[in-house]
Design a protein around this ligand. Structure first.
Ligand code: AVJ
Length: 331
């Protein structure tokens, strides 16, 4: 088959950079400064996130992998074989093979906003699954994506299985999460299924430790966003005067990450001046946690009917299989 690079559908790099700039400037201009979490993932940020997934305190990744491995047979029976698997976010080296082995797909379409990361993720899979058509798409999966145009001849009508692991959905506030689920339903089409990982509500100390580890890797991950702004947007944020904070917000059932100003400060980004008072924060991430009820409410709101839920023995994480509802039912 063609190499990953040759069939990438490209998002122009300039457009992405312009969006980064616009969202940072807009976010820093708000009374409560906030920057969308997706901008964490430049190359350095993606590397730091990989390191987070190996931390003792960060349970989600290994717990989800455990569920996918232990329940492989049940998942295989529930999804059937021969579907086109569309993964939202670059293929994760450990999770994707578990699903590819279980579901025997007719093609695999990983979607990611970072072309570099996508290429890195595809290369080992191409070696392990030489028969499987792999069709990477460099795109923003917040928007519906025309998959048909990318697929090999004749595969346009295969039913699809969306794969959205890692509780990435938790980065979005409920309203945006529902919009994303609806856009996924549009991308995947009628008759499709969605296998989605969702992190569960649990005691505050466990959650806060997972987002504020002893070795400071999560702190470095959070601060890399400020460093990235300095690198790419001609910024002058004083990195030594910003501190990482992770806190459980019970009202919204989410972990929040902030960068806290340790003193009054002023800085520039793209020639624009911003000020922060001591103690003021830049809100950099929400990570919503779910129980059975909130998970199914969210999925139903997004047009997906939950069919099965698999959890680990300690109820730390859940993997939900859902079916696209027809428009009359989900309206
Ligand atoms: C990749 C969004 C699922 O929210 O747990 C990890 C990102 N942030 N540590 C999460 C993250 C801080 C992660 N997601």
């Amino acid at each position: 088959m063609a190499t990953a690079a040759s069939c990438l559908s490209e998002v122009p790099r300039d457009a992405l950079q312009a969006q980064f700039r616009a969202e940072v400037l807009q976010g820093l201009s708000q009374t409560r400064k906030a920057i969308p979490a997706r901008w964490f993932y430049d190359r350095r940020g993606s590397e730091l996130f990989e390191e987070i997934t190996r931390l003792d305190e960060y349970y989600p990744t290994r717990t989800e992998i455990g569920i996918l491995a232990d329940r492989q047979d049940e998942i295989a029976r529930a999804v059937g074989s021969g579907r086109v698997i569309v993964e939202f976010g670059a293929g994760s080296a450990t999770k994707t093979p578990l699903l590819l082995d279980a579901a025997a797909p007719s093609a695999y379409v990983p979607i990611d906003i970072s072309g570099d990361f996508l290429r890195d993720a595809c290369a080992p899979l191409e070696d392990c699954y030489p028969e499987l058509p792999i069709v990477p798409a460099e795109a923003d999966f917040m928007q519906p994506i025309a998959i048909d145009a990318l697929l090999p001849e004749g595969m346009e009508c295969e039913r699809r299985l969306g794969f959205f692991p890692g509780s990435t959905i938790g980065n979005m506030e409920p309203r945006a999460a529902i919009d994303l689920l609806r856009s996924m339903r549009e991308t995947l089409g009628p008759g499709s299924l969605l296998l989605i990982g969702m992190d569960r509500v649990k005691p505050r100390p466990v959650l806060e430790a997972a987002y504020d580890d002893a070795r400071g890797v999560t702190a470095a991950f959070n601060l890399n966003l400020a460093a990235r702004i300095n690198r790419e947007l001609d910024g002058s944020l004083p990195l030594d005067a910003l501190r990482h904070r992770a806190v459980w917000n019970d009202r919204h059932a989410r972990i929040e990450m902030h960068l806290v100003a340790q003193r009054d400060m002023g800085f520039e980004v793209c020639g624009r001046r911003f000020d922060m008072e001591e103690g003021e924060t830049i809100h950099t991430e929400n990570s919503h946690k779910y129980d059975m009820r909130s998970a199914s409410t969210l999925l139903l709101g997004g047009g997906w009917e939950p069919l099965s839920t698999w959890c680990d023995a300690d109820d730390r994480f859940m993997v939900v299989l859902a079916r696209a509802m027809s428009d009359e039912l989900s309206a």
